[in-house]
Every structure is written in C-alpha cells, then in structure tokens.
Design a protein around this ligand. Sequence first.
Ligand code: ZN
Ligand code: ZN
Ligand code: ZN
Length: 292
Amino acid sequence: MRITFLGTGAANGYPEAFCSCSNCTRARRLGGPSLRKRAALLVEDDLLIDLGPDITAASQAHGSALTRVRWCLQTHAHADHLDLSHLLSRSPAYGVAGAPRLGFYASPTALRRAAETFARDLGSADLLDPRTGDRLNLEVVPIEALQTVCLGPYRVTALPANHDPRAGLLLFLVEGVGGSLFYGTDTAPLPDATWRALQETGVQLDVVVLDHTYGPDAAGDDHLNARGVTEHTRRLREEGLLRPGGRVFATHIAHDANPPHPELVEFARGHGYDVAYDGLIVVVRSSVDRGR
Ligand SMILES: [Zn+2]
Ligand SMILES: [Zn+2]
Ligand SMILES: [Zn+2]
C-alpha cells in the first residue's frame, strides 16, 4: 500500500499566509517539509481522503495526479477538509476528460451540511439528487460510523471521532492489499467505541495518522495535542493494534502550537512517533491478516 500525504497542516495551513509569528517566520525561511497545506491523503492512486481546499496545489507540487481517483472518503464538512468546488471543476462540464465516476462517501450529517453549502454557493443544484450526481460524474453515498464498505480492493470501516458534532465526523480504517491504515483527524482523544471497533476488527495497523493540531505545550479540546498523540501511540502499541514496525504519523499541524518541521521531528522521535510532511510517500508491504 502506497500512501501519499497531500497536506499535513491544520485549518489555516503552515505558515499561515497572514501571520508573522516566529513559527511561521522560521517555516518560511526553512521551506521544504516546514510548509504545510491543508490536510488530505491519497492511498495508491485511486482513494482520496478529503476533498480539501489544497488538493490541486498538492497534486501539482508533489506530482500526484488525481486522474484515477475513484473514491473519496470525506472525514467531515469543515472547510479546511472540504472544498465543494472540486465537484464542479472535475466534472465533464468543465472540460475534464477521463476522470472515473467518483464515489463520495461521508456521514449523513456531513452530506446534509455539504448539500446546504453546495446549493447556496455553487449553483443551487441538490447535491443529494442522483441527477446532479449524473451531471457531475459523481455518486454520493452516505456512510455511518461503524459501517464497513468494500471499495474495489479496499475494505473501509468508518469510525466515530471526538470533534464538532455538527460536522458529522468520521475517521477511517482502510485495509488494502498489502497494508492497513487508520486515518484519525480531526479528533480529540479517540472515543471508546473507536478503540473497541479497532480491537474487534483484529487488524494490525501498518500506518496510523493522528491529529496533532496542538503541540507540545498547548492544551486542546476539539483536537489532539502532542501529549495525546504520545499516549495514543503507546496504547496502540500496548494493545497490539500497531503491527511491529508499524508507524504513527502526526498530521493537521497548527502554526501557533507546533515548531517548524525539524524541531517537531526531534520532539516526536523522543516520544515514539513520526511527523508527516506534504509530499511524504509511505510504502508498506505486509501480508494483511485480518484475523477473521
Ligand atoms: Zn481540520
Ligand atoms: Zn504563525
Ligand atoms: Zn474539523
């Protein structure tokens, strides 16, 4: 399984374009992995997690064409994860050639919110009407927490998060040929139901991606901080949810609470996890034993 981080920043990117704080100033000077676009992730070349506002820039910057994306797992409807204009711009009406029909999976709450925004801002069509889907080369599919769906070679389980309930958040367990991934942003400490569900699947994860909005010294409420990621990493290992050699990556990194990349990497190394950066490709090759 090949995983490409298209963006690893929190809601305002890093550096925040309008900000002169010392973290943003140093990140501008350092460049490279210290420059973070809004969070999104690509599995192989056909499964996207989050139709984020920066995926076009990411596709261009990191040579990750999204031409073969057939499925989008949408974590929630917050604007730093969902730019609905992509649904128009990737449609045949905008001259796009060769794009497969996109299966767009999100919670009913997130879809309702997306439909309201779409109708208000993007031409008043009903996003949930299959005829709109036909026009946009799109199939909108509601998915509930704890539901499992098979998408081509992937077995995807939606899991509950601990985040703004109005946003309809889902986290995703993706089991593919040769690897498994848990994508865990945006969320405060994971709910018991999510830990339980991960245990019940019997999965041994190769890659875990966790919300790291708040850094070493900041307290969080709607998101994890560095201490939370450290504790989650320890628990994932202790409970055997992480395969030996499996890795935990921090993402959704905010400018006002985390130092630029090299310093954050040093901190994370001392606490048992890694820090993702935009354009990072992780390739895992394990024979997936789902234990069931
Ligand atoms: Zn976010
Ligand atoms: Zn800043
Ligand atoms: Zn959010």
